[in-house]
Design a protein around this ligand. Structure first.
Ligand SMILES: NC(=O)c1ccc[n+]([C@@H]2O[C@H](COP(=O)([O-])OP(=O)(O)OC[C@H]3O[C@@H](n4cnc5c(N)ncnc54)[C@H](OP(=O)(O)O)[C@@H]3O)[C@@H](O)[C@H]2O)c1
Length: 213
């Protein structure tokens, strides 16, 4: 499969890329900090908050006839709930996945079984929010969830989902998180591999359980 993953320099994105490469997939990864991974891997150094970044990713895919899986994983949290915090969260967590998916629709359309996986968070679930706080991050993931639903409605040939990776031990999740990246990454790939058209527009955790909005 031909796979595009954002945020491959560490954490969940790097694990997802490693697992894909181990399975023999071709992977194009994007992040600001350069990383080299074993296998058929191309790295694009880009700050996705820079409006030219999407074009650079599209250009880097020039020789690809199709994209089978796009994983919008790059994300930001802990920017606080200031104006700047809100703007950063919305830009990277909601707007970039939308723009990148839109830009890659022609290549996704060439796949027999195209999938878009937007890495959201249970923090973006309104039903699950019983503790409050974290306004900017929660709102940006809730926005990603509804963007995903519209993408699913508008593209009946595409399987596009939002996933919650669990609370994972990464720079973002912190050392107290109960789930290792290896468990989250393996679970997410099980979910991705088993997705079919009827799953489009839905919200799953890394164990495949459907989550409430
Ligand atoms: N960890 C958790 O417990 C948890 C829970 C729920 C949801 N999530 C979601 O899972 C996803 C991955 O989280 P993580 O825990 O792996 O986070 P992480 O360890 O902080 O890694 C974030 C990744 O995103 C990339 N990134 C950040 N800003 C970027 C930018 N402006 N341009 C390009 N790439 C950028 C980073 O690379 P560079 O810094 O090199 O650019 C890094 O590769 C996020 O969407 C997050 O919201 C995580």
């Amino acid at each position: 499969m031909n796979v595009v993953i954002t945020g491959v320099s560490r954490g969940i994105g790097m694990e997802l890329a490693r697992l894909a490469l181990d399975k023999g997939h071709k992977v194009l990864g994007v992040a600001r900090k350069s990383v080299q991974l074993a296998g058929d891997f191309t790295f694009i150094e880009a700050d996705l908050m820079d409006e030219r970044a999407i074009d650079r990713v599209v250009k880097a895919l020039n020789g690809w006839d199709r994209v089978d899986v796009l994983i919008n994983n790059a994300g930001v949290a802990r920017q606080g709930d200031s104006r700047e915090g809100f703007l950063a969260c919305f830009e990277l967590n909601s707007i970039v996945p939308f723009l990148l998916t839109k830009a890659l629709l022609p290549l996704l359309k060439n796949s027999k079984s195209p999938k878009v996986v937007n890495v959201s968070s249970l923090m973006g679930s309104i039903t699950d929010n019983n503790s409050g706080g974290t306004y900017a991050y929660r709102a940006s993931k809730a926005a990603l969830n509804i963007i995903n639903k519209s993408m699913a409605c508008d593209n009946d040939w595409l399987t596009t989902v939002v996933v919650h990776p669990g609370w994972v031990k990464t720079d973002m999740g912190g050392p107290e998180a109960p789930i290792e990246v290896a468990e989250s990454g393996a679970g997410l790939w099980n979910v991705i591999d088993s997705l079919n058209r009827t799953d489009s527009g839905h919200f799953y955790d890394f164990r495949g359980k459907e989550l409430p909005w």
